[in-house]
Design a protein around this ligand. Sequence first.
Ligand SMILES: [Fe+2]
Ligand SMILES: [Fe+2]
Length: 202
Amino acid sequence: MGTAGYTFSDLELASLRKKAWQMLDVKRIPHVSGCEEEAVCLARRWGESPSAAAAAAILHDVTKRLSAKEQLALVKQYAIPCDDVLLASPKLLHAVTGAAVAKAEFCMPDEICNAIRWHTTGKPEMTLLEKIIYLADYIEPTRDFPGVDALRKAAYEDLDSALALGLSMSLEEVRNGGAEPYIDTVLANSYYQKIIREEKNN
Ligand SMILES: [Fe+2]
Ligand SMILES: [Fe+2]
């Protein structure tokens, strides 16, 4: 599990924040700002570059405001490979289009774009930065839902256990809402449940 190995100066992060926040719904700024704060804390805890984590967090929801039609236009513009389930779900699409915009408009390296790409669904074998952004999005200070405290605690004790917990909670939430969970989340959940089972047996 390598680290992203990128650093950004305070000045670069400030300019990123300025540009990205203009692309957000004003009501989403506290969430994105909280996500940045949490991502930096997690990066310090787990040995990732704090400024790389900050950059990924600042940009992670940069296309969230866009309509389904606008999301699809970006998919076309950047020729992003998408399956039918993704194409039918703007909630999932913002992660995909956000990663493409981070690359094309903000010239971010692949490691950072990938963390944006996987922040909503997760996937098996996530990098350290991908794990940090997935969890920071989930547990940042403005989040409030049953189980958030247990998830916060886990994120600072054992990253893979936190992922297993977060992914299973996310699956439950989707299923409770009557929807079919996305395949990447199902696969990610199985993968991290297996990892923590093996850890317990060793
Ligand atoms: Fe998001
Ligand atoms: Fe988010």
